[in-house]
Design a protein around this ligand. Structure first.
Ligand code: AMP
Length: 283
């Protein structure tokens, strides 16, 4: 079925009020559009949980730095709406940027510690943009469930913290990363990889899986694991520029030296102008 497209904040608020008054539940799936099977897996998960799934499409300007790819970020709304309908998503909320950020907008939501490293270290202010837009979407849509992808691991952890810290009565769900057959994590940005870079990009998951294999074989030293992962990327992706390879505690995101509890390996690698991130649970 074709989903209903809502553009104005007022209309979305009115709909959410009606749904809540009728005793039904709402799930939100925030996205920046140009949807792929990873996004659709979140919508499918949301469908299992709630009566009404609101997929939001908003390329959020405040989470991009001036030198980043906001203007080049891929957009294909018509196909996005069709794809959302194909998995049973009922509502597409696509607010206008000038209604979300009117002149003189000056209120921000900030999560402190968790945003200091990994993506936060490489992209200052990025998470301030993410936490602010998700707060606004929560307030407009008033969901019972919010679904995010493990693909953006730090983002998921930051938003989980925020949801709990600010007492939103929302069940926070993190869904697994959906991958291409060769293991590359699906991402709207993959379309910008040149042919050669696309083949080299499989080095990310190769390195991550090798790291996991080392841990399974008993290696507990983070520096050893990182060294081997780096070797794989340097060899299999000679044109990739490594931004970081980091092993962190799953929940606190603190850097790990010796692996004990649940540990995630994350990395960011740049191919030309395209920056890819991925991660894996090592243990
Ligand atoms: P984006 O449109 O890139 O902002 O992503 C919107 C949501 O989809 C976020 O919660 C992402 O973590 C999630 N997502 C993106 N790529 C994938 C993927 N390959 N598998 C699962 N979820 C994903």
């Amino acid at each position: 079925m074709k989903p209903t497209v809502i553009r104005s904040i007022k209309s979305q608020q009115k709909l959410s009020r009606q749904i809540i008054a009728s005793g039904k539940t709402i799930a939100i799936v925030p996205t920046m559009g140009f949807l792929h099977d990873g996004h659709l897996s979140l919508i499918k998960k949301a469908k299992v949980k709630a009566d009404l799934v609101v997929t939001t499409i908003f390329v959020n300007p405040t989470q991009f730095a001036p030198h980043e790819d906001f203007d080049r970020y891929p957009r294909d709304t018509k196909n996005d709406i069709r794809k959302i309908g194909s998995v049973g998503g009922q509502i597409v909320f696509m607010p206008r940027a000038d209604e979300i950020y009117p002149d003189n907008f000056q209120s921000w939501v900030v999560v402190d510690k968790l945003t200091g490293l990994l993506e936060g270290a490489s992209r200052p202010n990025h998470f301030r943009g993410v936490t602010t837009i998700v707060s606004k979407l929560y307030n407009i849509v008033r969901p019972d469930y919010a679904i995010f992808g493990m693909k953006d691991y730090q983002q998921a952890m930051v938003l989980k913290r925020m949801t709990s810290d600010l007492n939103w009565p929302i069940k926070f769900i993190i869904a697994p990363t959906v991958r291409e057959p060769d293991g590359l994590a699906m991402s709207s940005r993959n379309k910008y990889l040149s042919g050669a870079h696309r083949s080299e990009a499989t080095a990310l998951i190769k390195a991550l899986r090798f790291g996991r294999k080392m841990v399974r074989a008993g290696e507990m030293s983070a520096s050893e694991i990182k060294r081997e992962m780096k070797k794989i990327i340097t060899k299999s992706a000679p044109s990739g520029l490594i931004d970081y390879i980091t092993l962190t505690d799953m929940d606190s995101l603190e850097t790990v030296r010796n692996i004990r509890g649940k540990t995630v390996a994350s990395l960011a690698v740049k191919f030309g102008k395209v920056r890819l991130i991925d991660n894996i649970l090592l243990k």
